[in-house]
Design a protein around this ligand. Structure first.
Ligand SMILES: NC(=O)c1ccc[n+]([C@@H]2O[C@H](COP(=O)([O-])OP(=O)(O)OC[C@H]3O[C@@H](n4cnc5c(N)ncnc54)[C@H](OP(=O)(O)O)[C@@H]3O)[C@@H](O)[C@H]2O)c1
Length: 329
């Protein structure tokens, strides 16, 4: 598998990163461990988790930890072969210090993550969401402390805008702190809000690792307008995690399905190939319930999308408005 650079880190990662948000439920421990091992045997070296992941059982303020424990068991004998990412910020309890990006919460949660993951370092420590109560400088100082202690190798951001990433880069420059190397944003053919931030990431060597490129399965071709969800699918098991099946959504899903059909490629593979072809992409964080879904994701790396499809798809699911260039059009 052709690896890609993860921003300015020097790390080489597989273009598919295995997500673990469903570890616990519906992917039980034994199946999840097998999935990690099989995915790694197929060439995937990048695994994404978070302190709060515990599958479908998650509720606001629940303690989390399940997915990290499972990932820790799975990587026990292969730790050095994996680029391991985990995250901090979301609530792990109902107390005021049980969430956010204060030094107090970050440093406590980092130690908890290390214990659950059975490792003494995190390759990529990601701030999961912005925290309006904590100045970024305070957060960055805590992340610097984590890197200096050897517990963290690189830092990443998730759900942060280009303006927030810019502030992180500026603070790093100003204080001699480590730079942010990756940006994990929601990004799919149906969800293009961050589209205009991608050139910023490319220019500043921030590797983009989008999540939900398949939009929870909606862009795999298994859901159809006017039909109920197939058994054992996410829409059947956990509808709260899925988009509403509106006509407007299906207009766009069907537009992509038609393009995939035109070149005879399964829709899941086509969707991932389209996403990976966007600017600044390092690795797609993909969820999978079964190894066949991982195999599908890997097969997407061989899919070539005809150039004219990109323009066609931009009319089906347009990117956000961009400032026109007055000189070069
Ligand atoms: N940073 C953040 O805020 C954030 C937020 C959300 C997620 N994430 C990360 O992103 C990862 C992926 O998120 P996600 O699982 O919600 O989104 P996703 O990758 O868009 O959807 C994955 C789901 O789609 C279905 N699927 C996958 N491949 C398929 C295929 N080839 N054919 C048919 N169905 C297929 C499976 O569900 P079923 O088989 O059950 O239908 C699978 O669980 C998470 O595990 C997590 O690591 C990060």
């Amino acid at each position: 598998m052709q690896l890609r650079e993860l921003g300015s880190s020097g790390l080489l990662v597989s273009p598919i990163c295995l997500g673990s948000m469903t570890f616990g439920t519906p992917v039980g421990e034994a199946d999840a461990i097998r999935l990690v091992h099989e995915a790694m045997d197929l060439g995937i070296n990048f695994v994404d988790t978070a302190n709060v992941y515990e599958g479908y059982d998650r509720y606001l303020g629940s303690p989390g930890g399940t997915a990290e424990e499972i990932v820790g068991k799975a990587l026990k004998d292969r730790r050095d072969y994996a680029v391991l990412a985990t995250k901090v910020c979301a609530p792990v309890g109902l107390g005021p210090q049980d969430r956010g990006l204060s030094a107090s919460h970050i440093l406590r949660e980092l130690d908890n993550s290390l214990k659950r993951l059975q490792t003494d370092y995190i390759d990529l420590y990601i701030i999961h969401w912005p925290d309006k109560h904590t100045p970024l400088e305070t957060t960055m100082a805590a992340l610097n402390q984590a890197v200096q202690s050897g517990k963290v190798r690189y830092i990443g951001a998730s759900n942060h805008s280009a303006a927030q990433l810019c502030e992180m880069l500026w603070l790093a420059d100003k204080n001699g702190w480590p730079k942010v190397v990756s940006s994990q944003i929601p990004f799919s053919f149906l969800r293009r809000e961050f589209h205009n931030d991608l050139p910023f990431c490319e220019k500043h060597s921030i590797g983009v690792t989008p999540y939900q490129a398949l939009q929870g399965g909606l862009l795999t071709g298994k859901y159809h307008r006017g039909e109920s969800a197939p058994a054992h699918s996410r829409a059947a098991e956990k509808p709260a995690w899925m988009w509403e099946f509106t006509d407007e959504v299906f207009d766009r899903v069907e537009g992509m399905a038609a393009c995939a059909a035109e070149i005879g490629v399964p829709m899941a593979q086509y969707t991932l190939a389209w996403t990976l072809a966007q600017t600044a992409m390092s690795s797609l964080v993909v969820g999978a319930k079964r190894i066949e879904q991982v195999q599908d994701a890997i097969a997407s790396l061989d899919v070539e999308i005809p150039a004219e499809h990109y323009e066609k798809l931009d009319t089906v699911s347009p990117p956000p408005w961009q400032q026109p260039d007055p000189i070069r059009s």
